[in-house]
Design a protein around this ligand. Structure first.
Ligand SMILES: Nc1nc2c(ncn2[C@@H]2O[C@H](COP(=O)(O)OP(=O)(O)OP(=O)(O)O)[C@@H](O)[C@H]2O)c(=O)[nH]1
Ligand SMILES: [Mg+2]
Length: 390
């Protein structure tokens, strides 16, 4: 499967940059093209300074609304972000269209942090424009804020709610990433952020690669291609993967006992799948997922029907309502990797929470304004007998 990836705002740009590195690895180690091109769009020129792997020209690092913001961003006002990106949509889409072999792309991926002004406002606009102009699925990856941001930055919840609602009304599917789920106490925030970006992009490498393989040895018995992924993805979605090392070079007795060999690969497969299920990018009740896909990537000697069947059963127990698709991707390496996508998730508690907090906001703001006025009046009242200098 081949994607064209665009990141809006700082968060979107950094994650798109990470996708550019995923593509670099696919090319270096597999000679595969899975991401045809990568773009970063921002209203803030300084925000783009940390981008390292996206091509550094004005067609790939796109500064939007320079006439309005002079390259200084929209200060978290997502209505302004949306307006600027809409005004510059032609420029952005034309840059994307100039991707070489653009028409081979199977889908678009639009990435942003929901709390940002540029990303939160701009991402739904770009999704909508891509949907209008091309007959290809448009997916989005939306990053939900850290908890501490909700308390320190008033626009966090409001921007997030606007972005989630607007994007979900136009995108084919949205991968949700909740920053808060990745907070590790022993990490600095900077380490955390680039760590999160790596963790959320890596699971895409195998599912995008599997259908693009041309070498016979790397083509699975059940090949997972773009069609399977497109059929799986719809609405709120999550992706993750797990890896279990195969501990030693196979010993002669590993071949002698077929039963033992199969048993140990099933164990490793289940362990990798459990890892994936435990590290989903967003919290939800698996019973609410109505569509699922898993891909096993392992050396030929580990892949067998029993492994596929057992992993299928395991996922069915976990997400009993889901229609499950699967594939295998033989790779010559010392590990079993299992990627899991869960989609058509009927209810995501974190999204509902953001919506209800946002709806309560005007009340809170009104109450604060009344409180401020009352306190100011009281202070003025207390000072009424102090003589005036002016
Ligand atoms: N996972 C992750 N989250 C990020 C990253 N950068 C920012 N965020 C989150 O994204 C949200 C802020 O969005 P930004 O992308 O900084 O904002 P923006 O889209 O540039 O918008 P403005 O700066 O307001 O114009 C916050 O919730 C941050 O925690 C990143 O590289 N990775
Ligand atoms: Mg910014």
């Amino acid at each position: 499967m081949k994607l064209v990836v665009v990141g809006i705002g700082q968060c979107g740009g950094r994650i798109a940059d990470e996708f550019a590195r995923v593509q670099a690895r696919a090319m270096e180690f597999r000679r595969l093209e899975i991401i045809l091109d990568t773009f970063a769009v921002n209203t803030d020129a300084a925000d783009m300074a940390s981008i390292r792997s996206i091509r550094n020209d004005y067609q790939h690092m796109i500064l939007a609304g320079a006439g309005k913001t002079r390259g200084h961003g929209v200060a978290k006002i997502s209505e302004m972000g949306a307006e600027i990106i809409r005004d510059d949509a032609d420029k952005i889409i034309d840059a994307m269209r100039s991707t070489s072999r653009f028409y081979e792309a199977d889908a678009f991926l639009v990435i942003a942090g929901t709390a940002g002004g540029t990303g939160g406002g701009g991402a739904p606009v770009i999704v909508q424009e891509l949907k209008k102009r091309f007959d290809k699925p448009v997916y989005s990856m939306l990053v939900l804020p850290f908890e501490h941001e909700e308390n320190t930055e008033e626009r966090t919840i409001y921007n997030s709610a606007l972005c989630l609602k607007a994007t979900s009304s136009v995108a084919d599917a949205i991968f949700l990433v909740d920053n808060q789920r990745y907070v590790r106490k022993d990490f600095s925030l900077k380490g955390n952020i680039s760590g999160i970006n790596r963790i959320v992009t890596e699971p895409f490498l195998n599912p995008l690669s599997a259908g693009e393989e041309k070498r016979r040895g790397n083509i699975g018995a059940r090949l997972l291609d773009a069609g399977d992924i497109i059929q799986t993805l719809d609405g709120w979605s999550a992706i993750s993967y797990g890896v279990v090392k195969i501990p030693f070079i196979p010993m002669p007795w590993d071949y002698s006992s077929n039963f033992r060999k199969k048993g140990s690969s099933v164990h490793r497969g289940i362990e990798a799948m459990d890892q994936a299920l435990g590290e989903m990018s967003i919290d939800f009740n698996p019973e609410d997922a109505h569509s699922a896909l898993f891909l096993i990537s392992a050396p030929h000697r580990e892949l067998n029907m029993e492994l596929v069947k057992e992993l299928g059963d395991h996922l069915r127990n976990y997400a009993p309502q889901a229609v499950i698709r699967n594939g295998d991707y033989p790779r010559n390496k010392a590990s079993i990797d299992v990627t899991v996508m869960l989609s058509k998730i009927a209810c995501v508690p974190r999204v509902s929470q953001i919506y209800s907090k946002a709806t309560a906001l005007p009340d809170v703001q009104q109450r604060r304004a009344v409180e401020r006025k009352t306190k100011a009046n009281l202070t003025e009242e207390a000072g009424k007998d102090v003589p005036s200098l002016l």
